[in-house]
Design a protein around this ligand. Structure first.
Ligand code: PLP
Length: 405
């Protein structure tokens, strides 16, 4: 199906079809598909017109992929604290605003909408641009408006664990024709265009120094041909591949079903885990939370030194791992990491990241498998040792699991 899509739609066909379908689905005027989510961020910063030295405010609890394009542009990341729902704290954001601030990155972590209204009003008050990062919240809505579509530009990622999962991929969306045109121009391999001009100039120069020729046109042509045959430098392409676009298009057509499954799985887990006093389950309901991840929190503050995480969660994660359940850790905050380190007082971030572990809710999991996850979490907190039987293992054979669409 995917191969047919990618072959039938020719060279770039699937990519532009995906852009059209995606912008229609998200109710925005323009969409530009990219090879990665971080490329979409890079294009957005360029198209909005950020310059080296401009400050960009973002939550510290974010992945490196968000800050990488900011650093690459020579901009300065400034980190804001988070609230209990792990999204950016608008009050902390306001405290970070300075004369150099140009842009806010609003991230909707784990599928839960950030405090959009408050963040947009701060941006408005201080005249700042907003980049709406819905990489983890594709399809979530706040007051009927899709995540990713509230800022000057929005970005999505189609990498591992996202709602739409190609081998990799990203999308920039915007209602601004100017941002769209600039982003499209950057995406079209500016390096290649510059290279063509450079070669033309070389050809002209070479020709100029051939002083005594009876056939100037032929000499120029020879010089042009010679220059055009030089090997091209490696391109820094940011385009999405046709195959990724085809994969993503198939999933875009099933986005409602994917979200429905995640939301159902999250609701079931919340019901099953209601009796476990030691953990806090995530809050929020569809469509403001589409549970791209299911982060549980513990109040335990003891830290397992070797893993830099709550001791009880390290034990829980190992316990689940032995039973075939892969729980996911959060990234370390950016302000504490080697290449993105900055002095910042972010007490909530530093307190929370160690106390959070994400349980699986992906759309391929059946109700029975979710029951199995909850059962094991409950067993762990009861500290009863459950033997791993063959029938338990079978529950986690996902190879033949398909959507029942
Ligand atoms: C919030 C957020 N923004 C941006 C990205 C970047 O995506 P990519 O890995 O496709 O570059 C990610 C990736 O996980 C993300 O979680």
């Amino acid at each position: 199906m995917v191969m047919a899509d990618s072959l039938l739609n020719g060279d770039r066909g699937s990519v532009s079809l995906f852009e059209k379908e995606f912008s229609r689905r998200m109710n925005v005027k323009y969409a530009v598909a990219t090879n990665l989510g971080r490329s979409a961020i890079w294009l957005a910063l360029k198209a909005i017109g950020l310059k080296s030295g401009d400050e960009v405010i973002l939550p510290s609890l974010a992945c490196f992929a968000v800050v990488q394009p900011i650093l690459e542009m020579g901009c300065v990341p400034v980190y804001a604290d988070i609230t209990d729902d792990l999204n950016m704290d608008a009050n902390s954001l306001e405290e970070q605003v300075s004369e150099k601030t140009k842009l806010i990155v609003m991230i909707h972590l784990c599928g839960k909408m950030a405090d959009v209204k408050h963040i947009l009003s701060i941006a408005n008050e201080y005249g700042l641009y907003v980049l709406d990062d819905a990489s983890q919240a594709c399809g979530a809505r706040y007051n009927g408006i899709f995540a990713g579509t509230s800022g000057d530009a929005g970005v999505f990622s189609f990498g591992m664990g996202k709602n739409i999962m190609a081998t990799q991929g990203g999308m920039l969306v915007t209602d601004s024709q100017e941002v769209y045109q600039k982003a499209s121009a950057e995406k079209l391999d500016v390096q290649d265009n510059k290279e063509v001009l450079k070669r033309l100039a070389n050809a002209l120069l070479e020709f100029r120094f051939r002083k005594f020729t009876k056939f100037p046109y032929l000499a120029f042509r020879k010089s042009l041909v010679h220059n055009s045959k030089l090997p091209l430098p490696l391109p820094q392409r940011k385009r999405m591949s046709t195959l990724d676009a085809s994969l993503a298009r198939q999933q875009l057509s099933k986005l409602d079903l994917i979200i429905e499954r995640r939301v159902r799985n999250a609701r079931l887990l919340t019901e099953y885990l209601a009796s476990v006093d030691q953990i806090e389950t995530p809050t929020g309901t569809y469509p403001e939370n589409i549970f791209t991840k299911y982060p549980i929190k513990v109040s335990d503050n003891t830290v397992c030194q070797s893993r830099d995480r709550s001791t009880i969660l390290v034990k829980l994660s190992d316990f689940l791992g032995r039973r075939g359940i892969e729980a996911e850790w959060f990234y370390s905050p950016l302000h504490l990491r080697q290449h993105t380190k900055r002095t910042a007082a972010l007490p909530n971030t530093e307190n929370l990241y160690r106390r959070v572990l994400c349980l699986p809710v992906n759309p391929f999991l059946s109700e029975r498998q979710i029951e199995y996850v909850a059962f094991n979490v409950k067993q762990f907190f009861k500290e009863e040792n459950v033997p791993v039987t063959e029938s338990f293992k079978e529950i986690f054979v996902l190879a033949n699991t398909t959507y029942e669409a």
